[in-house]
Design a binder for this molecule. Structure first.
Ligand code: TYD
Ligand code: MG
Length: 459
């Protein structure tokens, strides 16, 4: 087969060049040009079209008012793995494409094999395409998972054209490609795993999914920086992007939806890795707490809202005298936000840490992005600096503004009820989140200003 003409596309701006160049001629970014296949039709004829009227070149199409279009809800096929269905927004969608990323060894292959087997048991034909392991290795894993009589079809193949032909011939309802980085197309000369290959193969698979109604799940590797390897366009191409999170040293894993055309984003699924694979944790609110027998300085429990569920996460801080260049480090929390909170603490609550190292950690490898974590972060820092523990059974949440005001968090009542259910007894919350009726067993301190909140740990 004759090879299509190659062009080089900038992964930043989408500009093209007929040759590879170190610097993109359109936006000036370095090392961003990657090889791709030129679309059919030459640019001269396209230019001619845009210069003249379109009326003679194509038939005008009928348009429809929005209200006249019948809105159908997409049909979903639940896998029966409840925590996975939750992040997917109810289950697999016909023709939907899901990208799932995460560190090596976190459990992507394990979860997807379990999901395919569960889907197969609901009567949906499935295909597992493995480019990283042999069929025998996949079989070995399935036995470890207790899927002894699994009817999931396995294809050990990395060439895109062969994968697409097999999909067409076997007509599965759901296909897993593990991983997209191993797949390569004959049409491109660049090496498997290169940005051009990954993007081109993902585009072909997405097109195949849309035209055949097959649901496709792509496994993607994550770079050291935590982004999915390959161009960002991979995230734009697919319908749903899921990320695996968690500390490989702990057994808990979170699967988070960061984009979902068919459901809510920031919904999470919680799993525990056992010797027989991933098991869903349906009540995860207390898994990110470390057990202290007595309260210790520098620890504050935050009630955070992950998707639809409140979860309690311990925030730990260590503030210690520093050398000439004090360090600010955070794990699981945004570092820029930490710098801002330290400035607010100094300016509005008189808590000075300019000559101190400040380390902040969210326990259990969970990533917290909501600003409602502010109050708990500030309380743990103040508590560590003053060497004074917060009261026993203490929780906090609330966003803090630059003027030192404490702003309400969404769905405060639910957070408080969850904390009370788990036996917490003292809460510092934004004034607007104070419950109208007392919550049994929970003493509430409603605050408007950050200095009021910090007075709880007055040294
Ligand atoms: P894997 O699913 O292959 O991760 P990925 O595809 O994301 O690279 O591996 C998950 C890890 O979990 C691996 O280190 C072995 C471990 N594991 C278990 O603890 N229990 C099990 O039942 C299985 C299959 C794996
Ligand atoms: Mg794997």
């Amino acid at each position: 087969m004759a090879k299509d003409k190659a062009i080089f596309t900038c992964s930043e701006c989408g500009g093209t060049s007929p040759r590879w160049l170190g610097k993109c001629p359109s936006c000036g970014a370095w090392n961003t040009l990657v090889e791709s296949v030129a679309e059919g039709g030459n640019s001269a004829s396209r230019n001619r079209m845009s210069a003249s009227s379109y009326a003679g070149l194509a038939q005008a199409q009928a348009v429809t008012p929005l209200a006249a279009i019948e809105a159908q809800d997409v049909a979903r096929s639940p896998s029966g793995i409840e925590e996975l269905d939750r992040v997917l927004g109810g289950g697999m969608v016909e023709g939907g494409v899901v990208l799932i990323g995460g560190d090596p060894g976190i459990g992507k292959s394990t979860l997807l094999l379990q999901a395919l087997d569960a889907l197969h048991r609901t009567g949906m034909p499935t295909l597992y395409v493995t480019g990283e392991e042999s069929g025998a290795q996949v079989a070995l894993r399935s036995r470890r998972l207790g899927l002894d009589h699994s009817q999931v079809n396995v294809l050990a193949e990395i060439q895109l054209e062969k994968i697409l032909a097999t999909m067409e011939a076997t007509q599965p309802a759901v296909v897993v490609i593990d991983s997209i980085q191993t797949v390569y197309s004959d049409q491109l000369t660049s090496a498997p795993g290169s940005v051009a290959q990954v993007r081109e193969c993902a585009a072909h698979l997405t097109r195949a999914a849309k035209s055949t109604g097959i649901s496709v799940i792509l496994v993607g590797h994550v770079t050291k920086e935590g982004a999915l390897a390959g161009p960002r366009v991979l995230e734009h191409m697919v319908d749903t992007v899921l990320y695996f999170e968690g500390d490989t040293h702990s057994s808990f894993r979170l699967v988070r939806a960061i984009k979902n055309r068919f459901g809510a984003v920031n919904e999470i699924g919680v799993f525990a890795m056992t010797e027989r694979g991933l098991k869903g944790v349906t009540n995860p609110s207390a898994i990110f707490l470390s057990q202290h027998s007595e309260p210790v300085p520098g620890s504050c429990v935050l009630v955070t809202l992950e998707g639809t569920r409140p979860m309690l996460v311990e925030i730990q801080a260590l503030v210690d005298s520093a050398g000439p260049a004090p360090r600010r480090l955070s794990v699981g929390l945004d570092r820029d936000r930490l710098a801002m909170l330290l400035a607010v603490l100094h300016r509005h609550a008189g808590v000075a840490s300019a000559d101190q190292d400040v380390f902040v950690n969210a326990v259990g490898g969970v990533r917290i992005s909501e600003p409602a974590a502010d109050l708990a972060v500030m309380l743990s820092i103040t508590s560590s600096l003053r060497g004074k523990a917060l009261p026993k059974g203490f929780i906090a949440f609330g966003e803090v503004g630059l003027a030192g005001e404490v702003r309400p968090a969404p769905r405060g009542q639910e957070r408080l009820k969850e904390a009370a259910k788990l036996g917490f007894s003292v809460a510092v919350v934004p004034k607007a989140n104070a419950p109208k009726k007392p919550i049994e067993g929970l003493e509430i301190h409603a605050v408007e200003r950050v200095e009021e909140a910090m007075s709880i740990v007055r040294g």
